[in-house]
Design a binder for this molecule. Sequence first.
Ligand code: ADP
Ligand code: MG
Length: 327
Amino acid sequence: MALSEFELIGRFFGAPAAAGAGAARPDVLLGIGDDGAILRPPVGHDLVAVTDTIIEGVHFPVGCPAASIGHRALAVNLSDVAAMGAVPAWALLSLTLPQADEAWLQAFASGFGRLAREHQVALAGGDTTGGALAVTVQVLGFVPAGGGLRRAGGAPGDWVFVSGTPGDAAAGLALEMGASGPGGLDEAWLRDRFLFPTPRVGLGRLLNGLASACIDVSDGLLGDLGKLAAASGCGAEVDLTRLPLSPALIRLLGAEKALERALAGGDDYELCFTVPDRRLVEAQELLAAQPAPTRCIGRLASGSDVKLQRAGSVMDFAHAGFDHFAR
Ligand code: ADP
Ligand code: MG
């Protein structure tokens, strides 16, 4: 290693102006450089803590751009924070690297730091070790005491919403892995949805106190809606004609395969949430006024199945199986 561990941390993460340092925050009483950070949560708030690891060859392909790895390592955590309806504040970064490549570290730190600053997140500490490339990030944030969103809390009749255009990231990953694509703007859009997902932090914060339940969509919309429904003790009905598919995904795969990808693809980092009927009008006005696109795709229902509806016919996904559904 050309750089010592100490130099590496200071250069890319520790110095206030370092690419990976994130935002400066007065509630970081002691940041990088000691044995631990001292952080001061605001009075009257509860802490929300999340962590996620991404590993080369598992969560991103070998050779993935370093800026994307830095962005995604933080984004997947911010997405969890958003799903809790929390405001992120501090991050810890545990980096395992095969070697200290300065150009790689600069790009990684830039991808991480840009997203951190965008969300006023300070990097308060971490760990640096040698080994196969893996990145663990922990994010701490807060909600007003007693607040926060959960997967549980939905009830039959609540309207189900999703943000963004699910399925794009899974298609983008396939392109990153070498699938042949259309080139041009469509391919660039889809790849970007995998490489640089948009954690819906502002949306999550808006939903705190408005949504009855919320989950972030990381493992496929249908599966994650199923988890929300199960935690809420209900089933769900999704109207397939209402799924928000991107034009790029439809042009790449055709409408039917695009639908399949939107239901089952992973890595979207969108929010799926439910709104009680009595708050629907209020929610629609608030949702229309914020930047993340959202779409109502169905309702929670009694029972425990997630059912798919189209043109009056109902399919039980759990029993139909995906290949059958896709014909
Ligand atoms: P220790 O041996 O006491 O754990 P380290 O040398 O691992 O100390 O870390 C020194 C300081 O640098 C600590 O404040 C730690 O939080 C910080 N640090 C180490 N690695 C990183 C990293 N990848 N990103 C941010 N801070 C880091
Ligand atoms: Mg250490």
